[in-house]
Ligand binder design. Structure first.
Ligand code: 2AM
Length: 182
């Protein structure tokens, strides 16, 4: 199954961001907006994972979660990866989030999964671009957003069902959760 590991903002933080992004979203229906109920901060994308690797991974991730403390975070402003991805920025205990991501990636590697070696850049994907649509004005329109602080208290393993959501987007299913308890 296709898996990734993430932390998720609580409903209040999602609602603030949804409200702040609503006008921008209406002004840019040409972008492929992600659904608020699926908003998350990816720590590691694992791709296809078979049952044996998943069992190994589960044990290692449970251990990793227990070594990290809950993380106070806030969502703020926006950024982009070229004209491909529009995201909102993460502030607060970003150093701790990076340490958690490094632990998760190390656990995945020890479970013999191929994890990308790119530097981890904390972000929450709001929309994916469309050919010929510039994201800079959209980033500018969201620049003033400043969400409340919330605390990430849990680590989730999420299964992505490709094409199973509305309009053939993916559907996400949380298949395991552990408290951050370090
Ligand atoms: P994102 O973190 O930029 O939003 C599920 O697909 C999640 O894993 C998404 O949040 C997605 O991008 C992230 N992800 C990271 N690398 C990916 C990859 N190579 N393919 C698909 N999703 C990836």
């Amino acid at each position: 199954m296709r898996l990734f590991v993430a932390v998720t903002p609580p409903p209040e933080a999602v609602e603030e961001l949804r409200a702040a992004a609503a006008a921008v979203r209406s002004a840019h229906p040409d972008l492929r907006w992600t659904r608020p109920e699926q908003w998350h901060l990816t720590l590691a994308f694992l791709g296809e994972v078979d049952d044996r690797a998943r069992a190994d991974l589960t044990v290692r991730l449970a251990r990793a979660a227990g070594r990290h403390p809950p993380l106070p975070l806030a969502l703020q402003g926006a950024g982009r990866f070229g004209d491909r991805v529009l995201w909102t920025r993460v502030t607060g205990e970003v150093a701790g989030l990076k340490r958690l991501a490094a632990s998760v990636q190390a656990a995945a590697r020890r479970a013999r999964l191929a994890v990308e070696d790119r530097p981890y850049r904390p972000h929450l994907t709001l929309a994916r671009g469309r050919e010929g649509v510039a994201l800079r004005p959209v980033v500018d329109a969201l620049a003033g957003f400043s969400g409340s602080t919330w605390t990430a208290t849990e680590l989730h393993v999420v299964r992505s069902h490709l094409g199973a959501g509305p309009d053939r987007t993916s559907r996400h299913e949380v298949i395991a959760t552990w408290p951050l308890a370090g």
